[in-house]
Design a protein around this ligand. Sequence first.
Ligand SMILES: O=P(O)(O)O[C@H]1O[C@H](CO)[C@@H](O)[C@H]1O
Ligand SMILES: O=c1cc[nH]c(=O)[nH]1
Length: 244
Amino acid sequence: MLMPILQVNSEDIPEYAIVCGDPKRAAAIAAKLDEPRELAFSREYRSFVGTKDGVQIAVVSHGVGSPGAAVCFEELIRAGVKTLIRVGTAGSYSADHPAGSLIVSTAAVRTDGLTRQLVPETFPAVADSAVTEALYYAARQGEGAVSKGITVTLDVFFNGVEEFPHRKFKQAGALAVEMEISALYIIASLRGVRAGAIVAIDGYADADLAAEYDPHTTAVADAVHREMDAAIAAIVALAGQERA
Ligand SMILES: O=P(O)(O)O[C@H]1O[C@H](CO)[C@@H](O)[C@H]1O
Ligand SMILES: O=c1cc[nH]c(=O)[nH]1
């Protein structure tokens, strides 16, 4: 069956998928797989499939923001994906997590517009525990700092006249902010599949992003490569657990 927006055939989509915002990052992740094959490039959604240690993995970009990303997650699940891992970037809430460090997201604050139109506001956006543990273990095999904790999903990147909500979420224990994980966790829960996410810190959330945002430093690029490797290794480990 052809997925109308991703333009991929369900026959080509395996049970495991890595998703990320940037189509170029999707190509870089696919290049780490054996025999990668591009399936489609439709709108912001660039789709590949390849294998690692005999496990078939799809890699698909979802663009920026929860509504567009939700379309990607929904079509992948309809096509047969049972485990999704997001490999993203995020702004840090503290000097404990500087640019170049990694955070595995255990749950997401739902400061997005999409998920409140899917489930009640009291419903939590939580990662699958097995996926989270596999990601955290795999990430710690690489060099560099890795933490796990709550992340915030927000629709706003460049602020307007309203205050960002970062101060109160930091005080409550959140570690970083990005733009799609709550959608991933809520949709995974709704559709009965499992999901997890890892993000590379690319700066501080309370910086003036319009003036200072630079996700193209060597430290960030290295962290993105470490999180790509961690996601692939986590999927190979999860597939091994399922076979056992
Ligand atoms: O690096 P990605 O995966 O795109 O993630 C983050 O970067 C984008 C903002 O620049 C948003 O999509 C945010 O969630
Ligand atoms: O949403 C995002 C993503 C990366 N960095 C940020 O500061 N915010």
